[in-house]
Write a protein that binds this ligand. Structure first.
Ligand code: HPA
Length: 277
C-alpha cells in the first residue's frame, strides 16, 4: 500500500512559521515572483475571479509547496496562482483551502495564510460559500463579513499569544468594497466546526448571539492573518438560506450549484475590488 508523505506541519515540534517561510520560498522559486502584495483565498463560488484579476504569471499544484495538500473538496481548485493586476500588484490566489473539519488541526488550516504573509502579502482577502440567516438574502448574494464568532472552540494561536481582534475585518477595506458595489450588505460570520450543516436550533442560536452567516471556514484564517499583521477583507457568497430558515433541506450539490450560478457576477465584483486595493 502506498504511504502518504508526512506533512511537516504534523510534526508538533516543528515551527509553523518556519514551514510557512519554506513554502513562501517554494512559491518564489516556482512562480519567479519574489514578493506578493495581496493574497486571496477562493471559497466555493469564487473561483473565476482569478481569471479576471489580471494576467496569470504562474500556476502551481498545491502539493508542490511545502505544507500544502490536495483539496478534499469538489468545487475547490487545488492550485496556487500568481496573478499580476493591471496596476502591477502581485496577487497570490489560493485555491487550496484546508478546512478545520478535515481534522488536521489549526496549523494546517492557517498554513496558506501564514505562507501568504511570508510571501510579503499585507492584505488577506478571504472568501467562502455560506448559509444566510437574513431571510431577504437570496442564494447567490455576495455579502461582506463585518465580524465573526468563532464557534470551533479552537485557535491558530499557540501559547499566551494575545491578539486584538477589534476591527479584524477592516472597516477601510469594507468601505473600499462598497465603492465598487454600494449595495453590498454585511454580516457577522459564525464558523462552525462542520462538516455537518447546522441544525435549525444551532442556526437560531447563531442568530440570537448576533450571527448572520453560518459556515465552516474563514474565522480561524482571519485570526492567523491578523497575527501576521495583515489587513483582512472577508466575503461570503450566500449559497443557501441556513437550516430551518431555508424552506428546503440543505444539500452540498445545491451549494455547489448556487456557487456556479453566481460565479460570473461575484467573480467580477471581487476582481474589481482587488483592482482597488
Ligand atoms: N452552513 C454551513 N456551511 C455552509 C452552508 C451552511 O448553510 N452553506 C454553504 N456552506
Amino acid at each position: 500500500m502506498a504511504t502518504t508523505p508526512l506533512n511537516p506541519l504534523d510534526d508538533a515540534a516543528a515551527d509553523p512559521f518556519e514551514i510557512a517561510r519554506r513554502a513562501a520560498d517554494d512559491i518564489a522559486r516556482l512562480t519567479g515572483v519574489a514578493q506578493h502584495d495581496i493574497a486571496l483565498t477562493l471559497g466555493s463560488g469564487w473561483g473565476k475571479a482569478a481569471d479576471l484579476i489580471g494576467e496569470t504569471i504562474a500556476t502551481i499544484d498545491a502539493p508542490e509547496v511545502t505544507g500544502f495538500s490536495k483539496p478534499a473538496l469538489e468545487g475547490h481548485v487545488g492550485t496556487l496562482r500568481s496573478v499580476r493586476t493591471p496596476s502591477g500588484k502581485h496577487v497570490l490566489v489560493i485555491g487550496a483551502r484546508t478546512h478545520y473539519y478535515e481534522g488536521h488541526g489549526t496549523r494546517r488550516v492557517v498554513h496558506s495564510v501564514r505562507t501568504a504573509a511570508a510571501t510579503g502579502a499585507r492584505t488577506m482577502v478571504l472568501t467562502n460559500g455560506a448559509g444566510g440567516i437574513k431571510e431577504h438574502w437570496k442564494p447567490g448574494t455576495p455579502v461582506l463579513i463585518s465580524d465573526h464568532i468563532n464557534l470551533t472552540a479552537d485557535s491558530p494561536l499557540e501559547g499566551a499569544t494575545f491578539i486584538d481582534l477589534t476591527d479584524l475585518y477592516s472597516t477601510r477595506l469594507r468601505d473600499l468594497a462598497r465603492t465598487v458595489d454600494a449595495s453590498l450588505d454585511e454580516g457577522v460570520y459564525c464558523q462552525f466546526r462542520g462538516p455537518q450543516y447546522e441544525t435549525p436550533a444551532e442556526v437560531q442560536m447563531a442568530k440570537i448571539i448576533g450571527g448572520h452567516i453560518v459556515g465552516m471556514s474563514t474565522a480561524l484564517e482571519a485570526i492567523a492573518a491578523r497575527q501576521a499583521g495583515m489587513e483582512v477583507l472577508g466575503f461570503s457568497l450566500i449559497t443557501n438560506l441556513a437550516a430551518g430558515i431555508s424552506p428546503t433541506p440543505l444539500s452540498h450539490a445545491e451549494v455547489i450549484e448556487a456557487g456556479r450560478a453566481a460565479e460570473p457576477v461575484i467573480s467580477d465584483l471581487l476582481a474589481r475590488v482587488i483592482g482597488q486595493l
